[in-house]
Design a protein around this ligand. Structure first.
Ligand code: PEP
Length: 256
């Protein structure tokens, strides 16, 4: 089963609207396929941007085959949830995907396996692609708990989901995020292979083999080829390096 590679940028709480036109002009020029409509057959590229940038980023990115994603959503579609953003709000802005359960949200904003599960179901129901983040902390890895933690997070996120549609998982070891210390390609592959087994056990050979699993954690132009060469690594979720258009373009080219 062929899985189209995905390179997903996560801008976190960075960038202003006035930077967008310059960023995308440099990115598309550097990547070399400005307005190439066939690109999405070969690679999926997306940027998860702050809410304030969505409406302006969509017309710059989508016509050139690049998706804009949210970084978080609420599972309810409207209501008394001050400071939150709903699926109808992001889809109105033209957004077609969302990160869910990023470790920074788990760590700083009380995201739990249960809220991840609710958000994942809500995104699938709204036909928004969920990119569900999972991964162990350094303490958990050193205690030999990586497999147990990742397996618990995957099972919780997928609980009650019979049809995963275009769901994507992102394995992001917490100790590798923003630290400059990437997992080695072999370390990442080992966990990805376990996740692949879980997916096949739950959804069967065909669907279980079709779900993409990205790696995230200090991926850069220098280690991306190594990571992407692994059998079960289907792309990358990229924080810091996605803020630099030339660096991210290099990483996208490595996925082609
Ligand atoms: C991320 O934010 O998901 C991430 C992987 O960040 P970085 O690439 O900066 O480690």
């Amino acid at each position: 089963m062929k899985r189209v590679k995905m390179l997903a940028g996560n801008w976190k709480m960075n960038k202003l609207n006035r930077e967008l036109a310059g960023f995308f002009a440099t990115f598309f020029e550097s990547v070399g396929w400005y307005r190439d409509e066939t690109i999405s057959d070969r690679i999926d590229v997306l940027f998860a941007v702050p809410a304030t940038l969505m409406a302006q980023a969509v017309p710059l990115a989508e016509p050139n085959g690049v998706r804009i994603a949210a970084q978080n959503i609420h599972w309810e579609s409207a209501g008394a949830f001050t400071g939150e953003i709903s699926l109808p709000m992001i889809t109105e802005a033209g957004v077609t995907a969302t990160l869910i359960g990023h470790s920074e949200r788990r760590q700083y904003f009380a995201e739990t396996d249960e809220t991840v599960s609710r958000k994942t179901k809500a995104a699938l129901n709204a036909d928004v692609m969920p990119i569900v983040c999972i991964g162990e902390t350094l303490d958990q890895r050193e205690a030999g708990l990586t497999q147990e933690v990742v397996s618990r997070q995957v099972k919780a996120a997928l609980e009650g989901i019979e049809d995963p549609k275009d769901l994507v998982l992102a394995y992001e070891p917490v100790w590798a995020i923003g630290t400059g210390r990437s997992a080695t390609a072999a370390q990442a592959q080992e966990v990805h292979a376990e996740i692949r087994q879980l997916l096949r056990a739950k959804y069967g050979q065909s669907i279980g083999s079709s779900i993409r699993v990205l790696y995230g954690g200090s991926a850069t132009p220098s280690n991306i080829e190594d990571l992407l060469s692994q059998k079960d690594i289907d792309g990358a979720l990229v924080g810091g390096a996605s803020l630099k258009p030339d660096d991210f373009a290099k990483m996208v080219r490595a996925g082609l």
